[in-house]
Design a protein around this ligand. Structure first.
Ligand SMILES: [Zn+2]
Length: 422
């Protein structure tokens, strides 16, 4: 098995990596994304999996009868397919594992089932969801949101990247028909379970000493955009009293985010900001910033956002600046299906073995799909806990343990049996 995983990993690793930073820049529908999608198609085809693209641009590689997820099936087979997978896009200068581990791991798990002489008795598919990070168009898990109907095709089509290219245009340039976007209840109706293997984005497993853990829940989280508008002016001639400097309420909002997060046991981050005109010797006219907030409970999340909003408004009033807040995306608390979670945990923990079950503050396609199908997640230990950065890591041994655990779970969920009986 290690050979399969390592070979696949080595093929994918150079695609979309920035030589200067060592980080990945795989943005949806861009050149690197085209490369990784085409790598996936050939890796899946080499395994005899049939690859389809759904109307939203997500890829599905099916093992079993050709088109076993796409083609109509007997009523008895309804909701019978088991799907695994993750995403291949990255944040700007992201790490190698967030997303790809779940895709490479899924293909390696298919190899592992074959090596064990097993063949699934239910359709098994490997999925790659598009724009999971929201790095190019701002809304995370866009592919899975469109699939489940959590995002309308109209709104998605109008989202634009930093250059003003819309999602619909980018999709079209990649050879897809934006008219096909939208929820696909029929496809979802044929999925009995979705299991995503993912790098842990924290240090819980490093503390417990386990290579693999199982997810219990995804914290509620969201993204808010704050626009501070003032008056551009000369840095050397405008008296302080005469300025409307949007940088000041912006700075206050960043400090308030930290204070509110501390007060409510939550997380709040301002990691992206655009300043206009962005000149060293000019008072800015506008500061646009993005707040990412997450908490174990909805009430705490709400309190954090309210706290930031109140601080931004009061400081803006003091400095003659206007502030507008927009909700860009919000994901409610997701509790993964308890029966599936317990079944997965029992399988991974083995005879009498316990496996850590943990909640995560990171959003995932699994969290979106959980609203439509029974869903579970497996985490692989990340020794430093660092994620969304080039230092994100997992040992080869832990990746192998993750693949073995995923293969165990898939064998169980698909009622896999000896291949020669088929
Ligand atoms: Zn991810």
């Amino acid at each position: 098995m290690s050979g399969d995983f390592e070979q696949l990993w080595a093929e994918l690793a150079p695609l979309g990596r920035n030589r200067t930073t060592g980080g990945y820049r795989r943005f949806s529908w861009g050149p690197a994304d085209t490369q990784v999608r085409s790598w996936f198609r050939s890796a899946a085809s080499a395994r005899g999996l049939e690859v389809e693209t759904d109307g939203n641009g997500n890829l599905w590689a099916c093992w079993g009868a050709p088109g076993s997820v796409e083609a109509p099936r007997a009523p008895a087979d309804k909701a019978a397919a088991v799907v695994t997978g993750s995403h291949l896009d990255s944040v700007p200068d992201g790490g190698a594992y967030d997303g790809p581990l779940g895709v490479v791991g899924a293909l390696a798990a298919v190899d592992e089932l074959r090596r064990r002489g097993l063949r699934p008795r239910r359709p098994l598919a490997v999925a790659v969801f598009v724009e999971e990070e929201g790095a190019r168009f701002g809304v995370p898990c866009l592919g899975s949101r469109l699939l489940t109907g959590a995002m309308t095709p109209e709104r998605a089509g109008r989202l634009t990247d930093a250059d003003g290219v819309s999602w619909a245009q980018a999709m079209e340039r990649a050879g897809l028909d934006p008219e096909r976007m939208g929820p696909d209840r029929e496809l979802l109706g044929r999925i009995g379970a979705f299991v995503e293997l993912h790098i842990e984005q924290g240090r819980a497993l490093a503390h417990t000493g386990d290579a693999v853990g199982v997810a219990s829940a995804v914290w509620p989280h969201g993204r808010w955009r704050l626009d501070f508008s003032g008056q551009a002016d000369h840095a050397g001639t405008t008296r302080l009293a005469d300025r409307s400097d949007p940088m000041l309420p912006f700075a206050e909002a960043v400090r308030a985010a930290r204070r509110a997060a501390e007060e409510h046991g939550a997380l709040a981050t301002v990691g992206k900001v655009r300043v206009s005109p962005n000149g060293t010797n000019a008072v800015p006219s506008r500061v646009r910033a993005w707040l990412d907030a997450r908490a174990a409970e909805e009430a705490a999340l709400h309190a954090v956002v309210e706290g930031v909003d109140a601080a931004a408004r009061s400081s803006a009033a003091e400095h003659g600046v206007t502030v507008t807040a927009f909700l860009e995306s919000k994901s409610p608390l997701v509790e993964f299906d308890h029966r599936l979670r317990d079944r997965v945990a029992a399988r991974v923990g083995g005879e009498g073995g316990a496996v850590p079950v943990l909640a995560t503050g990171a959003g995932h396609d699994a969290g979106v799909l959980a609203t439509a199908v029974p869903t579970a997640m497996l985490f692989v230990r990340n020794p430093t806990g660092i994620s969304h950065a080039p230092e994100e890591s997992a040992t080869a041994a832990d990746c192998r343990a993750g693949v073995a655990a995923l293969a165990d779970v898939l064998a169980d969920l698909t009622d896999a049996g000896p291949a020669e009986e088929d």
